[in-house]
Write a protein that binds this ligand. Structure first.
Ligand code: TYD
Ligand code: MG
Length: 454
């Protein structure tokens, strides 16, 4: 018998080495190497392609255009994030924390499609058929609809079901629990994820079916398994929300068929997820009205803009060294900004305690929120609220100048979508056109910014 060949694979980025390494030389992750069996042959070589007919080059004109049209799911917020609906032959990856509602939204999407005469397959390696049925009934799914449940863990079983049923949509819940018996490594390892996804990709591309993969995320919020998965699929969606809150945000971080700027807002109810058609009201409602020290900023998370409330409290200190307590932003940065405020605008903060907090427990490491921090501190010190529906964007330099930020348009689009109508932006970016209905106020330095806010 041939010797089984193994290699060590980084579970974070997918790079391989013949020996175990404590730290991945490619991505820098510690203790991420695991021993895995090498696949004997790539999936395609084992007759998985199923694309025999398409292996010769074809003219653009001969390609059936029909496969390019999205099939609307019927859940508006989801369709918008997807770019109109599901494209036949495409693969979507949906990531999110446990319990956020990935399985729920998948099942609801399936039910909506089934209601429009499409056939749907839900392959789960996590729950029993009875559990899925109970959830489906709770969501109000008609049990007579063409929703088929498969409780299997092997990709071969899923492939057989796809070939038998020919569904319009196939949901895999979750990709980490499905494995290929051709490999001996455990489900969820890089080799398995790559192998299973490749096989499903071939099946998907060969027929007018869309596949939705549900993926777990790691503690730091990225999809478990390497970036490999994100590269293979057409669309990557993230489902996020705060613990204890019933609101859920759906964003696309990659989309070959649409924009990645769309944001879908849902509310988790007793009967599943409900679309929130007016998110601006929702987000404004969470903020205290006319409160001094509260400012809305628009940090970018990777490529994703997000509107966040930043709060500052300035109060007289009896201490020789006044307190500078900061949660959610960098302490050193706040210290620097306080110094700039004192020097440039003459604000006497030397005998004041300053507290800065990012509402909702978020962490912001972006200089583009500098102007927001400065504004919040000044607003609290002067006890003057920042005008309503105003978002503050800009980096602050040591001489008090307001510097340009990347992705200003994206940030403003997000703010506009959430109901904001005025943006304080860096003077250097005055040429950038904001979304229709957004009033732009430019500030060249901190003093100017504070002036136009009071
Ligand atoms: P689920 O879709 O199982 O999350 P995931 O697949 O992302 O792990 O959602 C589970 C949570 O949602 C669970 O805590 C209960 C809650 N929930 C509701 O509040 N209402 C509902 O109708 C359903 C189905 C779930
Ligand atoms: Mg689930």
């Amino acid at each position: 018998m041939a010797k089984v060949k193994t290699q060590f694979v980084c579970q974070s980025c997918g790079s391989a080495a013949p020996k175990w390494l404590g730290r991945c030389p490619d991505c820098g992750a510690w203790n991420s190497y695991q021993e895995e069996t090498c696949a004997a042959e790539p999936a395609a070589a084992r007759g998985w392609s199923g694309q025999a007919a398409a292996t010769h080059p074809v003219r653009l004109a001969e390609i059936e255009a029909a496969t390019g049209h999205p099939i609307p799911i019927g859940i508006g917020e989801l369709d918008r994030v997807l770019g109109g609906g599901l494209i036949p032959g495409s693969m979507v990856l949906l990531g999110g924390d446990p319990g956020i509602g990935k399985s729920t939204i998948a099942l609801q999407a399936l039910a909506h499609l089934a209601g429009n005469g499409h056939r749907g397959l839900y392959a789960t390696g996590e729950e029993s058929a009875a559990q899925v049925k109970r959830r489906a009934l709770r969501l109000g799914v008609d049990p007579e609809q063409s929703v088929f449940i498969l409780t299997e863990n092997t990709v071969d079983a899923v492939a057989r079901a796809i070939q038998d049923l020919n569904p319009t949509i196939c949901i895999i819940d979750s990709i980490q629990t499905i494995y290929s018996s051709a490999l001996t490594s455990a489900p969820g390892t890089v080799s398995q994820l790559r192998e299973v996804t490749t096989q499903l990709l071939y099946l998907t591309k060969a027929r007018p079916m869309a596949t939705l993969l549900i993926g777990h995320v790691t503690k730091d919020g990225t999809l478990a398994g390497p970036k490999v998965l994100e590269h293979m699929v057409d669309t990557v969606l993230y489902f996020e929300g705060e613990r204890g809150h019933q609101y859920r945000l759906l964003r696309a971080v990659k989309n070959r068929f649409g924009s990645t700027n769309e944001l879908g807002v849902f509310e988790m109810t007793g009967e599943g997820l409900r679309e929130v058609s007016n998110p601006s009201e929702l987000f404004l409602a969470e903020r205290p009205a006319h409160a001094a020290g509260s400012v809305v900023i628009a940090p970018l998370e990777g490529t994703r803009p997000m509107l966040v409330e930043l709060q500052a409290l300035v109060s007289h200190s009896g201490l020789a060294n006044p307190r500078r307590t900061v949660i959610g932003v960098e302490g050193a940065r706040v210290g620097l900004l306080i110094a700039v405020l004192e020097r440039i605008t003459g604000l006497a903060l030397h005998d004041q305690d300053v507290f800065v907090n990012v509402a909702g427990g978020l962490k912001i490491a972006e200089p583009a929120s500098d102007l927001g921090i400065v504004t919040a501190i000044a607003s609290s010190f002067r006890n003057r609220p920042v005008p309503e529906r105003t978002v503050v964007i800009g980096e602050v330099g040591l001489t008090g100048e307001v510097r340009a930020v990347v992705g200003l348009e994206t940030r403003m689009t997000e703010a506009h979508k959430l109901g904001f109508r005025r943006a304080i932006v860096p003077k250097g970016q005055a040429g950038i056109k904001g979304p229709k209905g957004m009033e732009l106020t430019t500030a060249g330095n901190v003093a100017e910014a504070l002036e136009c806010l009071s």
